[in-house]
Write a protein that binds this ligand. Structure first.
Ligand SMILES: Cc1cc2nc3c(=O)[nH]c(=O)nc-3n(C[C@H](O)[C@H](O)[C@H](O)COP(=O)(O)O)c2cc1C
Ligand code: SF4
Length: 484
């Protein structure tokens, strides 16, 4: 992962934890409504992919354990990881694109109900993403994948040569010369791996996204409702299809790109269709970016207009993230795929402890507060969820007291200590295992390995009945909280 060049090291903030009595009066532990859905407290575990689904996208015992463990800490809400809406193979990513996934998802809902004693509400994040290939070997790309065109022939000064001879010629070129002959997308396919974009409208399946996505999202959300989830979060953030439609980099000319109004069109059409499918009495919101953190992308000014439009459409909550784009991702190794959390925008999404003068705690706060203020000024009371580097009670409570957010998301802090919520609520905050923002977990995520936290994954490995990683060296869930 990219790190700011300043290389300033931060340690978790020291906090004065509240007593049980103080927590009882804290805004953080006061209820909040997401439209028709009541949360007992304003704490939220946002979506985190732990790579525990089966290879065909089914809920496994490891998935049940992962969410069951978070549920024992009784946060106000848990959002299940990005879950694919299509019925296509996607590796060990959870899926909801067919009714056959329903029994597994029902078990997941049941598990969270039981483990949280009915205190935690469960939402699921639904996602669509476009095709991406691994970075190819140079020779293989030039001999097999590259489609030879007259442009290549012309630039090589070989107008009459056949494809095979031209491929041979290209293989002999050095990189500088090759970069002059390949166009930007071909060069990207060679050096990063081919990646589809929403602007590739010459491809029929990309051109028709606005026709197919509303139905796919609606069917997925309907299944979530049937499985017993309390709500759905539409994934309009990071590097994926819907965020790409919203992005200022979306130059589609079919009415779904260009101006902000047109970029908003599909996200609003998806929302309308999903709402029709799930009804007004089911919580439906979305996650989107307060700032894309890339050159030429949406910054806060546009995200503010997006927030107001989404609130006006009737979203029951708005969850704000930032960055996490392919556009500035690092070059992957040959045989690996580009990963959207490896560049500057990736750092902004999951800031680590090695940082700049601003530090890793709260980079998303000001942008989120600005969006919330604009939504309120437009007359909507849609709850706004903030995420990014929040790990202490004081940080969270201050944000709520200052009306900068309505709900506080803890991703890595909840992974480091899923009991954060119960510990702090019951006056045992001093026992919290604080996240150190080392991004060890994120490194595992990047390699598609089962995600764990290095603060606990080697502890009590002989505990009976615990599930371990495939190599048997790490426990998959945090040890139980032994109250002092
Ligand atoms: C292992 C891991 C997986 C993640 N998966 C998702 C995801 O599926 N969907 C999503 O919107 N964000 C995902 N995120 C981002 C988090 O939800 C959150 O926005 C980010 O980690 C910043 O919050 P934090 O500082 O509290 O960790 C993931 C983060 C981590 C560490
Ligand atoms: S591995 Fe643990 S301590 Fe490190 S960032 Fe992830 S959750 Fe925090």
């Amino acid at each position: 992962m990219w790190k700011p060049p300043q290389r300033i090291k931060y340690i978790p903030l020291a906090d004065t934890w509240p007593s049980r009595e103080e927590s009882a009066h804290a805004r953080l532990f006061a209820p909040v409504a997401l439209g028709p859905l009541q949360l007992e407290q304003r704490t939220w575990v946002p979506a985190m992919v732990p790579w525990r689904a089966s290879d065909d996208g089914e809920v496994t015992e490891d998935v049940l354990d992962w969410y069951g463990r978070f549920a024992r800490g009784r946060p106000g809400a848990i959002v299940v990881e990005a879950t694919g809406i299509r019925d296509v193979p996607s590796g060990p990513l959870l899926r909801i694109g067919h009714d056959r996934f329903l029994p597994g998802l029902q078990r997941l809902v049941e598990r969270v109900r039981i483990e949280s004693g009915g205190h935690t509400r469960l939402l699921i994040q639904v996602i669509d993403f476009l095709g991406i290939r691994r970075r190819p070997e140079r020779e293989k790309y030039l001999r097999q994948f590259l489609q030879i065109t007259d442009r290549h022939r012309r630039l090589c000064g070989a107008p009459a040569v056949d494809d095979d001879a031209l491929r041979e010629q290209l293989c002999q070129l050095d990189d500088d010369r090759l970069a002059e002959i390949l166009d930007a997308r071909e060069w990207e396919a060679l050096t990063m791996g081919h990646r589809e974009r929403v602007t590739d409208t010459a491809l029929p399946h990309i051109a028709e996204l606005p026709r197919v996505l509303p139905g796919l999202f609606a069917d997925a959300a309907g299944r979530a409702r049937d499985a017993g989830f309390d709500g759905v979060e539409l994934h309009y953030a990071h590097a994926y299809t819907m965020a790409s439609f919203l992005s200022a980099t979306n130059t589609r000319t079919d009415g779904y790109g260009g101006s902000l109004e047109q970029r908003l069109r599909l996200p609003l059409e998806v929302y309308a269709r999903v709402r029709q499918a799930v009804g007004a009495d089911f919580a439906l919101g979305c996650r989107f970016l307060a700032d894309e953190c890339i050159e030429g992308g949406n910054a806060v000014a546009e995200a503010t207009q997006i927030g107001v439009a989404l609130a006006a459409a009737g979203m029951d909550f708005l969850s704000l993230s930032r960055g996490g784009k392919f556009d500035d991702a690092k070059q992957p190794k040959v045989g690996e795929a580009s990963y959207p959390y490896t560049g500057v925008s990736g750092y902004e999404c999951m800031p680590g402890y090695i940082s700049d003068e601003f530090g890793p705690y709260g980079r998303n706060i000001e942008p989120t507060a600005a969006i919330r203020a604009a939504v309120r000024a437009a007359g909507y009371d849609t709850p706004v969820v903030v995420a990014g580097g929040i790990h202490t009670f004081t940080q969270a409570e201050t944000l709520l007291q200052q009306d900068r957010a309505d709900i506080i998301a803890f991703a890595r802090q909840a992974l480091a200590d899923p009991d954060w919520f119960e510990k702090v609520r019951t006056g045992c905050g001093a026992q919290v295992r604080l996240c150190e923002y080392t991004n060890y977990c994120e490194g595992l995520d990047q390699k598609h390995k089962q995600v764990t936290c290095n603060l606990w994954d080697r502890l009590e490995l002989d505990e009976p009945g615990i599930r371990k990683s495939r190599d048997g060296r790490r426990r998959l869930t945090a040890p139980a909280w032994k109250r002092d």
